[in-house]
Design a protein around this ligand. Structure first.
Ligand SMILES: [Zn+2]
Length: 209
């Protein structure tokens, strides 16, 4: 009798946990999200919210000659640590991508070049390029959330995002979670508007004003 009760109880716990797990994690394929790990519903909602806010701000940068990319760094309690836009053209510095600027601000604010103990997340309106992926790795940031994939950025804007061999798997080996493709339809639309409005497309031979 006791054995029977234990089996029934075990089946009940297993079923409850399976249902809970299925509810708690999103279906990455269904949402066209590329990741090197699983993503919970609340994580997805939080990422959507932050990326949408960044996307809403992006067109405001167009008139000031900033590039159409924004990045924000948050701690694990949801506090904003740093936010920055791509300022390559106004600052005449090819390393001033949004992620680079945000990482610099976060390191200055926290007073350290090693952010690993803060369990930080970076949210970006597009997939990090080869330079920014490198900088994220060196910074100690633990989670990367981005919107538009590099191939779409290249198709829409003509930017060259650089060669990144299997970076998402490489990040996994170094304990960095990556989640791509969040709110990408809106992200692509904003990049198309940037191009349609005749804003500057970065060219390596372009002179600074
Ligand atoms: Zn970059």
């Amino acid at each position: 009798m006791l054995k029977k009760i234990l089996i029934i109880f075990g089946v009940f716990i297993y079923t409850t946990m399976s249902v809970y797990a299925a509810e708690n994690y999103i279906n990455l394929d269904e949402l066209n999200i590329q990741s090197n790990t699983q993503m919970t519903q609340s994580q997805y909602k939080q990422a959507q919210k932050i990326i949408r806010e960044l996307q809403k701000e992006t067109p405001k940068q167009f008139n000031h000659n900033y590039g159409p990319f924004l990045a924000a760094i948050y701690d694990d309690k949801g506090n904003l640590i740093a936010k920055a836009q791509n300022s390559v053209i106004p600052s005449c510095d090819c390393t001033n991508h949004a992620e680079m600027n945000a990482i610099r601000l976060a390191q200055k604010k926290l007073g350290t070049y090693d952010l690993s103990k803060y369990n930080l997340s970076i949210y970006v309106t597009a997939e990090p390029c080869i330079m920014c992926a490198g900088a994220i790795m060196w910074s100690g940031i633990k989670n990367v959330y981005f919107s538009v994939y590099s191939k779409d950025v290249e198709n829409i804007t003509g930017f060259d995002e650089g060669y990144k061999p299997n970076w998402i798997n490489q990040f996994k080996k170094r304990g960095i979670n990556v989640y791509g493709g969040i709110e990408q339809d809106l992200g692509k639309q904003i990049l198309s508007e940037y191009v349609q409005e005749g804003n500057t497309i970065y060219k390596p031979a372009r002179k600074c004003n």
